[in-house]
Design a protein. Structure first.
Length: 398
């Protein structure tokens, strides 16, 4: 509209040799900019995006079929069990690494019964993964997501049609059971993990557990790591400071914006219109050039980069409840994991002495591995063989 006003106003003013069209153009431009500000502040932000009013399903559909098709693929990928990543960390979108631990057990050594060592019951890695998955699913957390996922680098999928159906398209959204079993092989380029996502604070806090077992020549290693996606930075929640103005306040605010910004908006309108008109053709040319490079030997990385959700996080503690839930999720998930692993190995008659010693070490050092903030108390000690330096006369204990 601004481009049409500018072209019409200038053309009529030059043809009629009068400033009246310029004045009319100016007034109309003020109302166009003011109306746009009113739509943004009132119809979009105030009525649809304030706390308690936002509904994701109210988002309008795109007029572009290409965009809607791409969004459908993204929705499928969010619920799929195949994660294609790029870069160093495979756990894209899960936040920062927080805790890592592992246990190594000789599963070829059976337990003793009546003074005689019994042969252990053999098991596959996929069977152990299924047992760990079932145990994590039993955790009573609302909205917990548990399942096995296959992680693979985006440069290693081009030769496997099961992972990349079309070279010019996105990767598959799901990995078959055969691919998940193949991912248990320690030499495989794709790796299978049992994953658990525990969310809190309406999705603001997400703690993710990734565990994987590897067997080789009678030795079993089970590793697990936790990633934490903290709440959003306060700058991304500025909409919470907005509120719906009364009508008497909406009109002056919109008109003030129209008066102050109509001239920059009017002059830049033709450039912006040309850019948005050319954007589909620019995107088409970029896609064609990319497809040509892939077909002619270019090693394209199909993996996802760091997510925008990770970029928006804040490590500033909002309040102690968030930090407490953070540690609670980790402690309970790790306890469930280790307990289920113990039960599985005992059921397969594995000698548990090596496991027990490592389990004690993990429990004893659990607190020291957490990133606990500074404790300012003379009568408190944390860790192995602690000593407190408080005043014994005042405290009555140490």
């Amino acid at each position: 509209m601004l481009t049409c006003l500018l072209a019409t106003g200038v053309a009529v003013a030059v043809g009629a040799w009068t400033l009246i069209p310029i004045v009319v153009m100016t007034l109309l431009a003020v109302f166009v900019v003011a109306y746009e500000r009113w739509v943004r502040d009132v119809r979009v932000i105030a009525r649809q995006m304030l706390r308690g009013r936002f509904r994701a399903h109210d988002a309008p559909a795109s007029p572009s079929q290409r965009i809607e098709k791409r969004l459908a693929v993204v929705r499928q990928q969010q619920n799929g069990n195949l994660v294609v990543f790029r870069g160093q960390s495979p756990f894209v979108g899960s936040g920062e690494a927080y805790l890592y631990d592992d246990i190594v057990v000789d599963v070829a050594r059976g337990r003793k019964k009546n003074g005689k060592r019994q042969p252990p019951i053999p098991f596959s890695t996929s069977q152990l993964h299924e047992a760990l998955e079932a145990a994590l699913k039993s955790m009573d957390f609302p909205g917990i997501r548990v399942g096995q996922r296959l992680y693979v680098n985006g440069e290693h999928i081009i030769s496997d049609s099961r992972l990349l159906p079309h070279k010019d398209g996105p990767p598959a959204t799901d990995a078959s059971a055969d691919l998940l079993r193949d991912g248990c092989n320690p030499a495989s380029e794709a790796r299978t993990f049992v994953c658990a996502e525990i969310g809190g604070w309406k999705g603001q806090l997400v703690v993710s557990l990734f565990t994987r077992a590897v067997q080789s020549h009678g030795s079993l290693q089970v590793e697990w790591r936790f990633h934490v996606l903290p709440p959003l930075h306060t700058i991304f929640r500025l909409v919470d400071r907005r509120y719906e103005l009364p009508v008497a306040g909406q009109i002056p605010k919109a008109m003030t914006t129209g008066v102050l910004w109509f001239m920059p908006a009017l002059l830049s309108a033709p450039v912006m219109l040309a850019y948005h008109a050319a954007l589909p053709f620019i995107e088409m040319a970029r896609t064609l050039a990319q497809s040509y490079r892939i077909r002619h030997g270019y090693a394209f990385n199909y993996g996802a980069p760091r997510s925008i959700r990770e970029i928006a996080i804040s490590y500033r503690r909002l309040h102690d409840f968030v930090a407490a839930d953070w540690l609670t999720f980790i402690a309970l998930a790790q306890h469930t994991l280790v307990t289920s692993l113990r039960g599985f190995l005992e059921a397969h008659h594995v000698d548990m002495r090596q496991f027990t010693s490592q389990e004690r070490f993990i429990i004893r050092n659990k607190v020291s591995k957490y990133n606990i903030e500074k404790i300012d108390a003379q009568n408190v000690a944390v860790g192995d063989k602690p000593q407190a330096s408080g005043d014994k006369k005042k405290s009555g204990a140490r």
